[in-house]
Each structure stands twice: as structure tokens, then as C-alpha cells.
Design a protein around this ligand. Structure first.
Ligand code: MN9
Length: 291
């Protein structure tokens, strides 16, 4: 079985001025992240604005990344409250040769636990790929505890969880009960905490431009050099605190633009970054990033 542990960049989506996916810049981003040491890519997740894209656009992104990612580990987020789209995307991920599929829980309508479970099982079966449950209660509004997450982990069709929550007790309980399953930490600012409680790696949006810091945190942690790992986490967190003040995804795109990429803006209804915020990024973030 392929080793899927590690540091995964949740890729941003660069757009042209006309609002089309900028293929060239997406390739550039993937290659840049391979240079920074990322082990793999989480494709079409929240960070990619995927829930605001059409099925065709999501397929286009999946294709571009597959074509330039070499031997990196690839996870396709296929989730949608439109299960027919999610199913088509899951099949497409398999066809392209992705290693895992992932999905946010179906949201908005307050589906029951049984409905959510059946959604996941149908998707995993449609893809014939192991499923990584994307647990992000703050965004999805779907709360899942040890019982619900454990029900997935005990099933062979499920590879593990992308765990975007700061409830590290639940993370630990899941990993301890199912040590052979993958658990990825989802909040970049708490990677070290997640690793300490048993996570196998992380998937994050700020990795787009500082994957090297997270690779370093993971390897220092693995070597038992906790004080040094914490210092790198502190460096990353100084940057993340600024992103949070501005709006994480809009600010991340501006960081890419200031690094010389051409990422455009987030899609509306996301707002634009103001001139003052651009200055803040230039002063407080850019000097601390590997070019
Ligand atoms: O999944 C990302 N989550 C969201 C990962 O974007 C909702 C994180 O990388 C956060 O953006 C990051 C900043 O809070 O930790």
C-alpha cells in the first residue's frame, strides 16, 4: 500500500482576469510546492473555492494537477451537496489515477447521521477509491463525534479523516482506536498539536506558500526536537494571525501575487483585499517566506 502520510498543500485556484482557471499558474503552483517539499496535494477543497465552481471547472483542475504533479500523493475533494456532481467527480478522480477521494459531509439541509453515512458509502463505491472524510464542523455545520467518525474508520472503504477542528481529544480517540487509519490535521496554526495527539501529517491552505515550514515541523517532531518544532510553528503562526485578520483565502491569494504569481482574486461574494491590507502583507508576511 502506498504511504499516504505527510504534508499536503490544499491548492488555491488561480483565476484569470476573465474568471477562468489559470492553467499555467496552477502548474507553477504545483511545481513550486514540490520544490518546497510537499508530499502531496489536496485538490478542489475549500481552499480551491471548489464549492463555488462548476463540475467542469473542478474536473479541469483535477486534470491539470494530475498532469504536473509527478509522483506526488493526490487526494481529490469531490464533495458537494449535489450528490450527482459528487459522484461524477469521484468517478473522474479514479479515472485520472488519484489515490484517495475526500468529501465534506453533505451540508445545509441538516441530513441525519444515517443519510450522511450513506452519502459517503455511495461516493466511495462510485469512485472505487478509499474515502477520506473531511471533518470541518465550523464550515459544514455538521458535528460528528467519536461515534460517527469511528463508524467510518471501522469500514474498509474509508482511508481516514481530514480533521479540521481544534478538539484534539476527539482526534486522539479516533487515531488511538484506529491506528492504521490516516488522520490529517486541518488547522495549520495547530499542526504541532495535531501531531502530538497522533496525526499522520497535515493538509493546509497556508502550505501553498510555506509548505517548507510545515515539512520542517513534521520532521522535527518526528525526531523528538519539540522546542525547535514549536519555534517553526510560532513563525508560521505569526503569518497566519495576519491572514486571519484580513480573511484567510483572499489574503493567501494576495501573498501569491506579491511573490510574483498571477493568481487574481477570490470569486465573489468574497471581497477584495484593500491597499492597506496589501501593505500589511508586504511588511508582515513576504519577508518571512521562502522565495
Ligand atoms: O483545511 C484550511 N481550512 C480552511 C484547511 O480553509 C477552512 C486551513 O488551512 C486554514 O485555512 C488555516 C487558517 O485557519 O489553518
Amino acid at each position: 500500500m502506498r504511504d499516504m502520510k505527510g504534508i499536503y498543500t490544499a491548492l488555491l485556484t488561480p483565476f484569470t482576469a476573465e474568471g477562468k482557471i489559470n492553467e499555467k499558474e496552477l502548474e507553477h503552483l504545483v511545481l513550486h510546492n514540490l520544490r518546497l517539499g510537499a508530499d502531496g496535494f489536496y485538490v478542489c477543497g475549500s481552499t480551491a473555492e471548489a464549492l463555488m465552481l462548476s463540475c467542469e471547472e473542478r474536473k479541469q483542475i483535477m486534470r491539470i494537477v494530475k498532469d504536473c504533479a509527478g509522483n506526488a500523493n493526490l487526494i481529490a475533494h469531490v464533495g458537494s451537496v449535489n450528490e450527482r456532481d459528487a459522484t461524477a467527480l469521484a468517478r473522474y478522480a479514479k479515472e485520472l489515477g488519484y489515490h484517495l477521494v475526500s468529501s465534506v459531509a453533505p451540508y445545509y439541509y441538516k441530513f441525519t447521521s444515517a443519510e450522511i453515512r450513506e452519502y459517503y458509502v455511495r461516493l466511495a463505491e462510485a469512485a472505487s477509491l478509499p474515502m477520506l472524510v473531511y471533518h470541518i464542523p465550523a464550515f459544514s455545520g455538521v458535528a460528528m463525534g467519536v461515534a460517527e467518525l469511528g463508524a467510518f474508520l471501522s469500514d474498509d472503504r474509508f482511508a481516514g479523516i481530514k480533521y479540521t477542528s481544534n478538539d484534539f481529544f476527539t482526534l486522539e480517540q479516533c487515531k488511538t482506536a484506529f491506528p492504521e487509519k490516516l488522520v490529517f490535521n486541518g488547522y495549520d496554526e495547530m499542526l504541532l498539536s495535531g501531531l502530538a495527539m497522533g496525526a499522520d501529517g497535515g493538509i493546509g491552505s497556508t502550505y501553498n506558500f510555506m509548505a517548507d515550514k510545515f515539512v520542517r515541523i513534521r520532521s522535527l517532531f518526528g525526531a523528538g526536537r519539540i522546542d525547535e518544532a514549536r519555534r517553526v510553528q510560532q513563525e508560521a503562526n505569526r503569518i497566519i494571525a495576519v491572514l486571519c485578520r484580513i480573511g484567510v483565502m483572499q489574503a493567501e491569494k494576495e501573498v501569491m501575487n506579491q511573490l510574483g504569481f498571477d493568481f487574481g482574486d477570490c470569486l465573489p461574494p468574497f471581497g477584495r483585499v484593500s491597499p492597506e491590507e496589501k501593505d500589511l502583507i508586504a511588511r508582515e508576511i513576504i519577508p518571512y517566506i521562502t522565495k
